[in-house]
Every structure is written in C-alpha cells, then in structure tokens.
Ligand binder design. Structure first.
Ligand code: 13P
Ligand code: SF4
Length: 302
C-alpha cells in the first residue's frame, strides 16, 4: 500500500520535529492536519510557545514572517512562498517613513497584516483580535498613524470616538462584501445573527450584528444560543465553525469571499516543504529586531 499524503506529512512532521500551524482561512484538509489553528493573534502567541525545531506555517507570508521574527532560532517554513497578503503590500517601509516625516511625534501603529520592514518602523502592532485594547493602551494626546488597513483603523477610531491618520489600504477579499449582500443573507435566513470581520467596509460593518476577528467569531459561535449564524468573512473559516459546532448551521454572506493566497497552501506543498525544509522564511536581523519590538509591545498589552 503506498503511503497516503496525510501519513507522509505526519511521518515527516515527526522526523523533522515540526509543528504545523494553520490560519482559520486555510483549506479544510490543511486545518484538519494542523496541530493548531487560529487567528493572527493566537498564531503569533503560539509561535512563541512551540518547542518544535521547525514551524510549518500554513497561512500568508506576513504571518510566517511574524513567527520567524519571534523565533529566530527555529526553522520557519511556508508551503508556498508566493502566498502574500495584498493588503500588507499596500504600504512600503519608504512610504511609512515619508508619512512619519510629515507627522513628527505621532505614534505609528500597524496592523499585523504588514511587512517586517513596515513593522520595524512602528511603535506597536495590532491584530483584529486586540486592536481595541491596544489602542486604549496608547498615551493620550498624541497623533496616531494607523497602517495599512483603513477599515480596521476606521472601525476602532469610531468605536473609541478617536481620529487616526488612516493609510488607504484594504483587503481585496473583504472589500467584495456589500451591505446589499448582508441584507440578502438576512432575508434568506431570518433571525440569524450576522458576524463580519473588521476588514469589511463601514457600511458592511454597520449592517452586521457583530464585528469580530476570526478567533472572535469562533468564540461567539461556541457561546451563542443561535442555531443559525451568517458569516461575512473568508469562507475557509466555515470548516472550523462547522466542525466545532455540529448542531449549528453557518451561512456565508457570499461564498465567493475567498482569499486566493490563503488557498495556495495544499497538502502537497505542505508535504514538500517538510521534506525539503524549504521554502524557508527568514528576516534580516536588523529589520527583525526592530519589528520584534513592535510585536512584543503588542503581546505585552494583549
Ligand atoms: P484574523 O486575525 O481575524 O484571523 O484576520 C487575519 C486576516 O488576514 C483577515 O483577513
Ligand atoms: Fe490579506 Fe485579505 Fe487574504 Fe486576510 S483575507 S490574508 S487581509 S488578502
């Protein structure tokens, strides 16, 4: 009997002393074989706790880069090195330096969906799971630059009654959701609460009942008495929601809400990266040490 691909991955994982971390948007079969699945904050935290020599990171590049920054002594692998996040690439280090020069004395905050070079220029990072808490922890009375997601920044600014200088970046996947699609989903599933991600535009957030990180959505689903829940985010999360809550029904707002980069990881390239110990994610030490300050500042608050 030839070895199945899942047996091969599990064998390689042991041989390499590896751990597999997967984001909530990964393909179902990748989440199923992972040792730990979570949102960006949970995965960043997990990356500081693993004892394995090798981390196979099933997500997009900035997430693997964050794990590498937090674990300089470990080998961090990404099954497909071209799995980027278009939002993270909407601001460069040079653009951020120019913005900071225009706003001397401002606090620079970046969404974790950013490159290591951008993190290295920032005072602190946030994720969608801790942004409100982090923004509340900042010293009062100073101007705040928030990059690169205008929607997460706008959402927290509105919630806290504050104003930030917002970089006009966005997530192309969440940008496809509309208030009309939410209204249609509500009409199709009356009474079901609607959860959306803070990367959605304002009118979409306003049309929803809850605006949550992917980890927040999983927690909501576990606690809620609702038997049906409408979900406005990348559809990969439906696998986890359905697996963890077999008695409940989850409806996507739009089943075309797909992040093509999250879908680049497959069992085949996961197996290959464990076998070849490549592609490996590394960050230049000078950038990594500066970026680590911003990530550590975040982890210290959340
Ligand atoms: P979460 O941290 O909520 O999982 O979000 C990450 C992300 O990229 C959403 O598009
Ligand atoms: Fe980036 Fe959007 Fe994909 Fe998240 S869903 S990784 S923000 S492109």
């Amino acid at each position: 009997m030839p070895e199945s691909i899942t047996d091969e991955i599990n064998r390689l994982k042991k041989e390499r002393k590896a751990v597999i971390l997967a984001h909530n948007y990964q393909r179902a079969e990748v989440q199923a074989i992972a040792d730990f699945t979570g949102d960006s904050l949970e995965l960043a935290r997990k990356a500081t706790q693993v004892e394995a020599d090798v981390i196979a990171f099933c997500g997009v590049y900035f997430m693997a880069e964050t794990a590498a920054i937090l674990n300089a002594s470990k080998t961090v692998l990404i099954p497909d090195a071209s799995a980027g996040c278009p939002m993270a690439d909407m601001i460069t280090g040079e653009q951020l330096r120019a913005l900071k020069a225009k706003h001397p004395g401002a606090i620079a905050v970046c969404y974790v969906n950013s490159t290591a070079e951008v993190k290295a220029e920032c005072d602190i990072c946030v994720t969608s799971g801790n942004a409100e808490k982090i923004m509340a922890s900042l010293p009062k009375g100073r101007e705040v630059l928030f990059v690169p997601d205008q929607h997460l920044g706008g959402y927290i600014a509105d919630k806290r009654g504050e104003k930030y200088v917002l970089w006009p970046g966005c997530c192309p996947t969440h940008q496809r959701l509309t208030a009309k699609k939410i209204a249609d989903a509500r009409a199709a599933h009356p009474g079901a609460p609607v959860l959306v991600h803070p990367e959605c535009p304002k009118d979409v957030r306003d049309a929803a009942d809850e605006c949550l990180s992917t980890g927040g959505m999983c927690a909501y689903a576990r606690k809620s008495d609702a038997r049906e829940i409408i979900v406005g985010t990348e559809i990969g999360i439906l696998y986890r929601l359905r697996t963890e809550n077999p008695g409940k029904t989850f409806w996507p707002v739009d089943d075309a809400t797909v992040c093509p980069n999250m879908k680049k990881t497959t069992l085949e390239n996961l197996r290959d990266c464990l076998r070849d110990l490549s592609p490996r994610v590394t960050v230049a030490p000078d950038i990594a040490s500066k970026a680590k300050r911003a990530i550590d500042a975040m982890l210290a608050v959340s």
